[in-house]
Ligand binder design. Structure first.
Ligand code: ADP
Ligand code: MG
Length: 481
């Protein structure tokens, strides 16, 4: 039992907390550790209860879900008398160096180890490899039912390159994580075998190298170089279509490496048999392991957002993440794009993203002709306490910055017309208000006018995903969805 007569001093608590942090740090990814333990402190340790201080309310859920049990275990290792860990949110902890630790000072970023016999030695002989992006790893790739096989295959290749999954062929639409998996596999192989020559290239780069070699009559050198490679990763091979000469070179390189039991990893936007490539190449691809990467489902999208938000050190409310996951359904790049905008908004304007601001961001992104198109999503009505009609009016009025007065007025200005129609639509849909009743509350309008208004907005919603999202945002704020 911990029986302290006088309560421990701030210095005692800081020392104790630092001791715990030392045990916590190796258990977490660095970004997670810095994100969630920055500005935390031990506030008390009495009668078997540790009180851990958190700087912001939004830390609370995350800590309770992820770290509370671990903290208790660590605390008990240090002092078996500890029986529970509780949290207290204390805004005064933020950037308060008297009470909290400077994590970056106590836990400086580990110096990158210089890899022995580094791969550049081999690459210096002339193999052009796009640098593998260290951000892409197999263990920060979120696995869901739609990419599980692809991820598992990559992991197997990473531990046993040139083994049974050779070649490994990944296919799937844009922005679904193929490049991430390819580079993550390359990074993992390099980590295990730092001296191996891992080459990542895109089919466009490869084509350019072939062209250059032809122009300078250096084809022999080109071939020799590629045949020293231990792991060849070629991204987006669909772009080799119609490039006969490059396909031929690739075919020979492939065979040479394959016979030497070197690993080849390939990605494309479609399965081998649908590629517009030479049959002999396709049949080589088909000999290996083929895995598809499909669009993630809702749960995976949400898990990816949680992971990315932590990577960006961004504390977003879970309902906001859920909102993004529900609406950005097309691919992961789109999810990331929205999150990045939210991060920028937070950093530049010090505005905490809410469902409303996220809906605005998505509206802006969807106006961008390059942004992904989005399919409307269906509604689900959970069994909850319904808002009153007054609540609906106020929510719509806040959202569009128009007054309730204006909404029930007879004005036909578009800026007012649409919010009015939305309020009617929500009232009818969720409160099952009759058109007659709606007519009454909207300044004695005729029920057919109300009916027309509802039909108009419902029709408009069909072809206007941004509008749908705005309505959805209002419904979310009202707790209707
Ligand atoms: P592709 O090559 O298939 O077009 P990318 O690999 O470039 O797609 O992925 C787009 C972005 O989405 C990258 O930033 C990547 O890190 C991220 N991403 C995709 N899938 C996942 C996942 N399952 N977990 C984590 N990040 C992912
Ligand atoms: Mg890619």
């Amino acid at each position: 039992m911990t029986t302290t007569l006088a309560p421990p001093s701030i210095t005692d608590l800081k020392t104790q907390w630092l001791g715990m942090l030392n045990l916590i740090e190796p258990k977490l990814q660095r970004s997670q550790f810095i994100t969630w333990f920055k500005d935390t402190a031990l506030l008390g340790n009495e009668e078997g209860t540790l009180v851990v201080g958190l700087p912001l309310p939004m830390f609370l859920n995350w800590h309770m879900e992820h770290y509370q049990a671990m903290l208790l275990q660590i605390a008990q290792e240090m002092d078996p008398g500890i029986r529970q860990v509780v949290y207290k949110v204390d805004g005064g902890l933020k950037d308060n160096r008297e009470r909290t630790m400077d994590l970056l000072q106590h836990f400086p970023e580990p110096k990158r180890r210089k890899l022995p016999g580094k791969q550049e030695v081999k690459l210096a002989e002339g193999i052009v490899s796009k640098i593998l992006n260290p951000r892409y790893a197999l263990d920060n790739f979120v696995v869901g039912s739609d990419n599980r096989l692809a991820h598992a295959a990559c992991q197997s290749v990473a531990t046993n390159p040139g083994g049974k999954y050779n070649p490994l062929f990944l296919y799937g639409g844009v922005g679904l994580g193929k490049t991430h998996l390819l580079q993550g596999t390359g990074n993992a192989i390099l980590k295990g075998m730092p001296t191996s020559a891992v080459v990542y290239t895109t089919s466009e780069d490869f084509t350019n190298q072939v062209i250059e070699a032809i122009q300078h009559q250096k084809m022999d050198t080109f071939r020799r170089r590629y045949r020293q490679v231990d792991v060849l990763i070629i991204d987006d091979v669909q772009f080799l279509a119609n490039k006969e000469r490059t396909q031929e070179e690739f075919f020979h390189t492939f065979n040479a490496l394959y016979e030497d039991r070197k690993q080849v990893i390939i990605s494309a936007d479609r399965p081998p048999q649908e590629l517009q490539l030479e049959d002999r190449l396709i049949s080589r691809f088909e000999k290996g392991m083929i895995a598809d990467v499909a669009p993630p489902d809702y749960e995976t999208r949400l898990a990816i957002l949680v992971e990315k938000a932590a990577e960006y050190q961004m504390f977003l409310d879970r309902t906001v993440l859920q909102f993004i996951a529900e609406h950005a359904t097309k691919n992961v790049r789109e999810l990331e794009g929205i999150l990045m905008q939210a991060v920028a908004m937070y950093e530049l304007e010090q505005r905490m993203p809410t469902i409303k601001t996220i809906a605005e961001i998505m509206r802006k992104l969807s106006k961008d002709p390059h942004a992904a198109e989005e399919a409307p999503v269906g509604f689900e009505i959970p069994q909850k306490r319904l808002p009153t009609f007054q609540d609906i009016m106020e929510a719509v009025s806040r959202y569009y910055s128009v007054s309730v007065q204006d909404m029930i007025s007879s004005s036909r200005v578009r800026d007012i017309l649409i919010p009015r129609q939305i309020a009617m639509h929500i009232g009818r849909k969720y409160l099952r208000m009759s058109t007659v009743r709606l007519g009454e509350v909207f300044g004695d309008r005729d029920h057919t006018t109300v009916m027309n208004a509802c039909n108009k907005i419902e029709e408009r919603m069909q072809g206007d995903p941004p509008l749908l999202r705005e309505i959805r945002a209002i419904e979310q704020e009202l707790g209707l969805v």
